[in-house]
Write a protein that binds this ligand. Sequence first.
Ligand SMILES: C[S@@+](CC[C@H](N)C(=O)[O-])C[C@H]1O[C@@H](n2cnc3c(N)ncnc32)[C@H](O)[C@@H]1O
Length: 368
Amino acid sequence: MGTRGHSEGITMSGGGLYSLATIGAKHVIDAATPMVLDAIDSLSREAIANGFTLSDMGTADAGTSLAMVGSVIDAVRARVPQAPISVVYSDQPRNDFNALIANVYGLGPFDTYVDNNDNVYPLVSGTTFYKQILPAATVDIGFSATAMHWLSSKVCNISNHVQAVGAEGEELEKFRAQAHRDWRQILLHRAAELKPGGKLVLINFGCDEQGRYLGNTGGVNMFDTFNQIWQVFLEQDRITRTEYENMTLPQYYNTVEEFSAPLTNPDEAVYQAGLRLDHIETRIVNCPFAEAFAEHGDAARFAEAYIPTIRSWNESIYFNGLDDQRALEERQQLIEDYYGTYRDMVRDSPEGHGMDYVHAYMVISKQT
Ligand SMILES: C[S@@+](CC[C@H](N)C(=O)[O-])C[C@H]1O[C@@H](n2cnc3c(N)ncnc32)[C@H](O)[C@@H]1O
């Protein structure tokens, strides 16, 4: 994996497919928008009079945050009508920035704020959130949704599962330690970027007080299903043991305590850099595909709609986990078969499947 602070091999679906496949992620951002607007209300007029900057980190193709950004512009205008507004979109260098540009400038399928607003400056950066993205003391609101569970690197492969939620012993400890370092690194860079009095609104996947996390809220455990299918492929000798272990996702879901620690303990460097936790809560946003299935009851339709949302974020990891000595077509076929197996499982036994989103919603302020 990369040493430059962005996890090589992780890319969301390109060509604008990301936002189309992930309406649930938009629901999450919509649910967080009141927190962002409250944060804008709390900024001093002087701080934004000469220019307001919103940083949207890990934005993918920007489609899911367009409505939120539109609301931010309205809220800033209501406070300081003449303030120039910069909207800085950042993601990893391999992100599909063409799709992002298309969405922001209205060439995609979504309504955008760009046409109706003067003095608004969308800007794009390929700098990872494991580095400082913007100059010191220039950001008013730092925002990120559903992105910071990606670790800066894969600390090890997991021998019996595909995600840290199923890891044990030393492997789990390694993931935990990496996540501990990564969260602090993310926050220290944000501490540098924020203006005094600026705010972060971070909506991060996490593990809630009842042990629930993405795709594990009472029904079928989604990550166990990912793992089961690859294990069957391994047992059938369709993939090797090395390939199976390569399927490990470089992610970690912090608990509320793990998110809070660097922001509440005066001995921590993040706290000493002036960041304070104003608010943290966990929330669940229901899987829109499972909800639709409850309405229409058509299992095949559910399976066809549900698998692409999963595929949008884990296909690149799985594809890159396959041995590149295999012919390209063979690797592509294995990936098709993997998602085809998953689709058939959901179609044949749909009850309990779904990817409910479990997030920690945090508001963090930089001391004045
Ligand atoms: C699930 S998408 C979320 C997109 C959007 N924020 C949303 O909520 O719909 C996660 C995004 O995080 C990005 N990402 C992962 N690691 C990153 C890093 N180290 N720096 C910046 N972006 C990263 C991925 O490339 C991807 O676009």
